[in-house]
Design a binder for this molecule. Sequence first.
Ligand code: 4AD
Ligand code: MG
Length: 465
Amino acid sequence: IKRTKIVDVLKSDAFGTTVNVKGWVRTRRGSKQVSFIALNDGSTINNVQIVVDVDKLGEEYLKPITTGASISVNGTLVQSQGKGQSVEIQATEIEIYGSADPNTYPLQKKGHSMEFLREIAHLRPRTNTFGAVFRIRHNMAYAIHKFFHDRGFFYFHTPLITASDCEGAGQMFQVTTMNLYDLKKDENGSIIYDNDFFGKQASLTVSGQLEGELAATALGQIYTFGPTFRAENSNTPRHLAEFWMIEPEVAFNDILDNMQLAEEFIKYCVQWALDNCMDDIKFLNDMFDKGLIERLQGVLKDDFVRLAYTEGIKILEEAVAKGHQFEFPVYWGVDLASEHERYLVEEHFKRPVILTDYPKEIKAFYMKQNEDGKTVRAMDVLFPKIGEIIGGSEREADYDKLMNRINEMGIPMKDMWWYLDTRRFGTVPHSGFGLGFERLLLFVTGMTNIRDVIPFPRTPKNADF
Ligand code: 4AD
Ligand code: MG
């Protein structure tokens, strides 16, 4: 008989029929007469209970059915007597695909620390917690595509290998070539890498924005959604060397349109999670973070605060005057630390804040300059528990002003003539932003370390698995 996924079995009321389920054993317990197997197949956080008549199948036969073993079960679907579950399966036949020796299989019934689970990142998707996180991750990716597709945006693929540094921060991974099996070495024994495959220095992209702007000035409204790479040597719970970013870019949008799009976008994603991932969110809420569901619902109710950087600094200075201690100093011109961002969001306004009009010195070259000569039309969306979740801006559409800024900042422009063509030919006002996918997932799952919302985290000194 055909396999039924556990998520569907648990919803079924076809009592008395024979079903087949396959999966991995979470636990097995019981007595001499009857054994209970909690079986999971990844389709849902919930297990189906398999009831086994020990005499019928034989005690010896059941022995290898321990935590982590993979089995296929035929049995009769019955209404469950136990509380908390609706159906169970009375096994008639069990096929064992593979055992998992309890002496060596690292995932046992007891709870494991997040640190330990990171060391076995190849197995952690099998835990309840990571199953929940990765199902939510999939659902968020789907919601993001749906949001933009439904609004007439086009998904545009920007290159991962590039010769330009979008953020101008210089934190790029270089792309070199070598033959792993025929390493060329110099006289000191050092590997000789070939930097010339592309005929120029090439790096992994930090952002798809520049190419996204090309697309927006042709297709009108586009978004990118792909991996980005940053060689920032910061070992924090919010930074990865490889993270995924969503970057919408819209021709004819100004900064106000951009803010509205960002707010609608995040709220849509959160609503989607509540509507489609409740079993997993509830598990994470009950297990780790009793405030999670409330926080998610709260964000949907609140209008995001819109606040100029200069006003934000005033609020922070007032806090300092009243005796609030920050680790880093507060003054006009400072690049806000996450403690500052979180003060505004968590202590002062108690809802998300969109901070705008930052000093031009601390923002990228492409942002539209304000009349005051000091600030640019930047917008960062700041979130409770996370800090910056989105960074974006209206773009400088004026060729001369953009060139001036590029020269002032000493950005090597020789390789960027193609970008400048957007301003030379049919330039238009346009805006966009980047949402860090893993930062969104931190918010939606309540996880506290960004390493725990991506299957294989890449951070300084860690590229295992
Ligand atoms: O603020 P950022 O650097 O902005 C850009 O890259 C623009 N080009 C976006 C645009 O306007 N199209 O990065 C955008 C977001 C941040 O707000 C943050 O959520 C996330 O990307 N981010 C990171 N996430 C994880 N690890 C890192 N090292 C990150 N750096 C940025
Ligand atoms: Mg930023």
